[in-house]
Write a protein that binds this ligand. Structure first.
Ligand code: PMT
Length: 410
């Protein structure tokens, strides 16, 4: 499939630049002609001598050749290539490509490129997940570039995340698939950005609630809101308009399609959710809502005494059950179950009693799952099925949940 194909291979300044040697070798083995364009930072990681020896062509890096002063024409390269592959692509180069910052030979070649461009990002998890990088990648997708999602890499003993450049063998396979689909007149799968929630309005509850005891104390829980925020961002990214109801959390929302209502208590969350749900296509109830609230909140700070004290607690309103009982045929409702024992049985009981379409079970017995972690490990339970997922970053867990939600929309 790559026989005779002319590939401009762009290399930027990442530790993954060494993999570009393997990539160049695989492309040549598959019959392609490879012209390497490297950024100044890329040369810090891998020498042009190695690369030109591998490709039997001088490596292009500067606007003018250092040897004889001739001009390296990025325009000619743009017309010569059948495809441009940028691997590894750093966050900085991705940003420059998205914004047309033509300050090196690679970016000018990219901007002059007439052929399709395929980009394999490489950076650490936080840089990859940052909304700025994601926005820039979305911009490049809008320009018609194909992004090869980074592979999952071990970042710490319990944390697995995206960011590591995809393996050269897989990049070559993507390139072959691209040329194959081009020959068959089919759009390549990687160009299709998921917009499967376009036109939908989704209600999401997130974070804890605080039930006031007196002006300085409250009953709360450990929810950080990370899972709920990840769900809100994923829904918005996939085209939904999101009504996010948040208990007291520090986290911020990024996407402009998220409309956020901040609340404190279970009663306030109940009022906001029941008011907004009728206008929504689905509700995802991720908040850790207090099951009990204080019968009477003291007006003044309760003073310390010699004796113990008893607080009278009364049950809060169950938001999930309230929405479940008013749910219309076109609406979908997803709940969460946070359990410590008899996980699946308890989750199933909640699925039925709250009239949920499915419930997302997470257990505090699983390391890295539940409150505060950047990761979660879930099972999705429906009336007749249970799917277990491995431990993943919460942004990927959110994508799995939204995939399931999209699958049950009529
Ligand atoms: O916020 P993070 O730190 O990222 O942590 C995420 C999480 C652990 C909070 C989240 O993944 C989670 O499990 N959320 C639900 C926690 C919970 O309260 O579970 P539950 O089993 O007690 O409640 C069952 C369902 O009923 C939930 O959908 C809950 O939102 C809902 N509920 C509960 C009580 C109530 N009064 N009203 C409700 O709607």
């Amino acid at each position: 499939m790559l026989q005779g194909k002319k590939i401009v291979l762009g290399i930027t300044g990442s530790i993954a630049a060494y993999k570009a040697c393997i990539l160049a070798r695989l492309l040549i083995k598959a019959g392609a002609e490879v012209q390497i364009v490297i950024t100044p930072a890329g040369k810090e990681f891998i020498t042009p001598i190695t690369l030109s020896a591998l490709t039997s062509r001088p490596v292009v890096s500067e606007f003018f050749s250092g040897r004889d002063g001739t001009w390296n024409s990025h325009v000619d390269l743009g017309q010569w290539a059948d495809a441009m592959l940028i691997a590894p692509a750093t966050a900085a180069s991705i940003a420059k490509m998205a914004h047309g910052v033509a300050d090196n030979m690679l970016i000018t070649t990219y901007l002059s490129m007439k052929a399709p461009v395929i980009i394999a990002p490489a950076m650490d998890l936080d840089m990859y997940a940052h909304p700025s990088t994601q926005e820039n990648l979305d911009t490049l997708r809008r320009y018609g570039n194909i992004i090869i999602e980074p592979a999952s890499g071990e970042l710490a003993s319990h944390l697995v995340g995206k960011g590591r450049m995809e393996e050269p063998e897989n990049i070559v396979r993507e390139l072959e698939n691209f040329f194959r689909s081009q020959e068959n007149g089919m759009p390549h799968a990687a160009t299709a950005k998921k917009e499967d929630l376009k036109g939908r309005r989704i209600l999401i509850t997130a974070g804890p609630t605080h039930e006031k005891i007196d002006p300085v104390r409250f009953i709360g829980n450990h929810s950080s809101g990370k899972m709920g925020l990840a769900l809100a961002e994923e829904c918005a990214r996939r085209g939904a308009s999101v009504e996010l109801i948040c208990g007291p959390i520090a986290g911020k929302t990024q996407h402009p399609s998220i409309h956020r209502t901040d609340v404190v208590s279970a009663a306030e969350m109940h009022a906001a959710a029941t008011a907004l749900f009728p206008k929504c296509d689905a509700g995802i109830l991720c908040a850790a809502v207090a099951d009990f609230t204080v019968a009477e909140c003291a007006d003044e700070k309760i003073k310390r005494g010699k004796d113990g004290m008893t607080l009278t607690l009364v049950p809060t309103k169950d938001i999930a059950a309230a929405l479940g009982s008013t749910k219309q045929a076109h609406q979908r409702l997803v709940g969460f179950a946070l359990e410590t024992t008899n996980e699946a049985a308890n989750a199933r009981r909640k699925l039925e009693s709250k009239r949920l379409d499915f419930i997302v079970l997470n257990s505090l017995r699983d390391e890295g799952a539940g409150f505060c972690h950047d990761t979660n490990k879930i099972s999705i339970i429906t009336a007749d099925d249970c799917t277990d997922y491995p431990l993943k970053p919460k942004c990927e867990v959110a994508a799995d949940i939204i995939d399931r939600l999209c699958a049950i929309f009529g």
